[in-house]
Design a protein around this ligand. Structure first.
Ligand code: AMP
Length: 283
């Protein structure tokens, strides 16, 4: 695996590969790899000739009071894991490379960035779409890979690709979980042992809600209440939202139908966890 830190260098490399008609895949990440990241690399490996993984803890998607400084980083381990999973290129830029000063231009996906996580993380998705647009322009992938774990992010990226005519296919990989169902996340290491053991309640709520829908209940209010109560039974859980929404416009639905998912954000101590599940899949 080649580690490239400079935009000009990776552009040169990509243009050589494009001349050879190689299909380029991009997996954007903030590093500190877990099975979720690695599963996306595996999916990319299957779909493309050249797998590029970007590792960049993107400052513009963190608010000042958030965890940018203490966000976990381990490039040595990441390099080893990326290599084991068949990554061809790691793009690992410095902040000054991605945001040379002055920097005034941002990409914003209206509406979709204001709901769910966007209600409390007001500039988060603007940071995500801006850095992903930059990565798309730099790496020029044929296919980009994102995780269902961050459902709102995946919806927003797909919207941006359509709206701004990026010639890129977006593939969304399934959420990878721990044995007890907790979605893998770089932030799980922040949890105390007690918080960690209670955090499995999130997946219990998601699966119980889905079961109720499978039994025939289509009433979103009843299902979200059920999920809310289950999570609330964990003493350390502080719920931010439990919402049942449509996967194209992220609007709340009253009646559960194909394309409806349940999304949850909950604090355990200072750690904010998100998760989601499709209540009914699109055919
Ligand atoms: P991050 O490094 O947290 O920005 O995540 C990089 C990519 O990995 C994003 O597309 C995430 O949605 C995806 N991802 C994170 N956690 C998981 C997971 N548990 N399962 C699947 N994909 C994930």
């Amino acid at each position: 695996v080649k580690i490239i830190k400079k935009i000009e260098v990776i552009k040169e490399e990509i243009s050589l590969l494009k001349n050879q008609k190689e299909v380029i895949g991009l997996v954007p990440t903030m590093g500190y790899f877990h099975e979720g990241h690695l599963s996306l690399i595996d999916i990319a490996r299957k779909h493309t000739d050249i797998v590029v993984v970007s590792i960049f803890v993107n400052p513009t998607q963190f608010a000042p009071e958030e965890d940018f400084d203490r966000y976990p980083r381990d490039i040595v381990r990441d390099e080893k894991l990326a290599k084991e999973h068949g990554t061809d290129i790691i793009f690992y830029p410095e902040i000054s490379e991605m945001y040379p000063q002055p920097f005034y231009t941002y990409v914003t996906t209206e509406k979709l960035s204001k709901v769910l996580c966007g209600r409390t993380r007001k500039t988060h998705f603007r940071g995500v779409t801006t850095v992903v647009a930059k990565l798309f322009n730099i790496v020029q992938p044929d296919i980009a890979f994102f995780g269902q774990k961050d459902a709102q992010q995946s919806v927003i990226i797909k919207r941006m690709v359509k709206d701004l005519n990026f010639p890129i296919d977006v593939i969304v990989g399934p959420t990878i979980r721990e044995k007890d169902g907790l979605a893998r996340s770089s932030r799980n290491i922040y949890l105390s042992p007690e918080e960690r053991s209670q955090a499995s309640i999130i997946y219990k709520a998601l699966t119980k809600a889905k079961k109720e829908v499978e039994k025939g209940n289509r009433n979103a209010e009843e299902i979200s209440k059920l999920a809310y109560q289950i999570i609330n039974s964990a003493p350390l859980a502080q719920i931010e939202y439990v919402e049942i929404i449509d996967d194209t416009n992220l609007k709340p639905v009253k009646i559960i139908k194909a394309g409806t998912f349940l999304a949850i954000a909950v604090f355990f101590g200072k750690t904010r966890l998100i998760d989601n599940i499709y209540l009914m899949k699109k055919k």
